[in-house]
Design a protein around this ligand. Structure first.
Ligand SMILES: [Zn+2]
Length: 317
């Protein structure tokens, strides 16, 4: 059976499982196929789709609030409220909604079972509690890696990694005033399958490492990578030790997506992108076993599963 991976819109993600070669971020397929090799639409069907228009307990004249998304570890909520309303999540100030009233909340890979959102304008306030479901994460084990890709020790290499890390942090700190996410995301590449799922526990050369914070999308070297939603390029470099060619896009409201291991980077920092614009080509640069796109997403430091965002648009402002 051949299912075509659709790059255009819609919430019916279909994955082709015809076994085209594809690499992982230094994990590899073991005897047990990774659960992520399953069609994505099965998982989304099981998890359902959260959407609600809420009144909420109010003081004064409560701002309107509509939320939708996937309320689970690694998931998210899109929200619409009053333009420039002030927002807090679990007591942390997270800035203001966009000029249209749009905002995003992200639930980290290790988020707790609940998250409390508070919204206030000069007129009044409202609040909403999200029940956050547990994620379903696998174990990703690989042995026999070059040690400088697992626990580098060479001082010159460590220094290089530190310098590169500081530049990446500056990219991740980008906070464009926009809401390019509100259209929802398409897939950034015509992938053949997921070769490494988001959130898997990494065991490299027997050492427990950080979880895999990306979704590895298998695709041939040179395949086009496009912006899955509108945004501003906030980082674009080649030659990074772990990531190789790396592009980051700031979609507004603290949401930054990342595209790793590119063989070619076709954009520059500061460039504005519309959904579907070319950003580069698939490669195997950095810590990669073969050509694939490692697609990552962060919201204010939280690690999200970008595949959960595909096909879900924010409510109309
Ligand atoms: Zn990856």
């Amino acid at each position: 059976m051949r299912r075509v991976w659709r790059q255009d819109s819609t919430r019916s993600l279909a994955l082709l499982e015809s076994g085209t070669a594809g690499g992982l971020c230094r994990t590899r397929r073991s005897a047990e196929p990774l659960a992520g090799a399953q069609p994505l639409n099965r998982r989304t069907a099981l998890l359902g789709f959260g959407a609600a228009a809420l009144a909420g307990p109010a003081l004064g004249s409560a701002p309107r609030l509509a939320v939708n998304g996937r309320y689970q570890q690694g998931g998210f909520a899109f929200g619409v409220t009053s333009p420039r309303a002030e927002l807090w999540l679990d007591g942390e100030a997270i800035g203001q909604a966009s000029a249209r009233g749009c905002f995003v909340i992200g639930f980290d890979r290790d988020a707790g079972p609940g998250a409390d959102l508070r919204i206030a304008t000069g007129e009044g306030s409202t609040s909403h509690r999200f029940e956050v479901a547990r994620g379903d994460f696998d174990i990703q084990r690989i042995d026999g890696l070059p040690q400088d890709q697992v626990s580098p020790e060479d001082p010159a290499l460590l220094k290089l990694i530190k310098v590169q890390s500081e530049r990446k942090q500056a990219g991740l700190a980008s906070r464009v005033d926009g809401d390019g996410f509100r259209s929802g995301f398409i897939l950034p590449v015509r992938a053949t399958r997921i070769s490494g799922r988001f959130g898997g526990q990494r065991i490299l050369n027997g050492e427990a490492k950080r979880p895999h914070y990306g979704a590895d999308l298998a695709a041939p070297r040179g395949a086009r990578i496009v912006a899955p939603a509108a945004g501003t390029v906030c980082f674009a470099e080649t030659g990074l030790h772990f990531e190789g060619g790396l592009v980051m896009i700031d979609h507004g409201q603290g949401l930054v997506s990342m595209y790793l291991h590119q063989s070619r980077v076709a954009v520059r920092a500061g460039q504005e992108l519309g959904q579907g614009d070319l950003i580069g080509e698939v490669g195997a640069t950095g810590r990669a076993t073969g050509p694939h796109l490692c697609w990552r997403m962060k919201w204010r430091g939280r690690n999200l599963d970008p595949t959960l965002m595909v096909g879900i648009a924010a409510a109309a402002p």
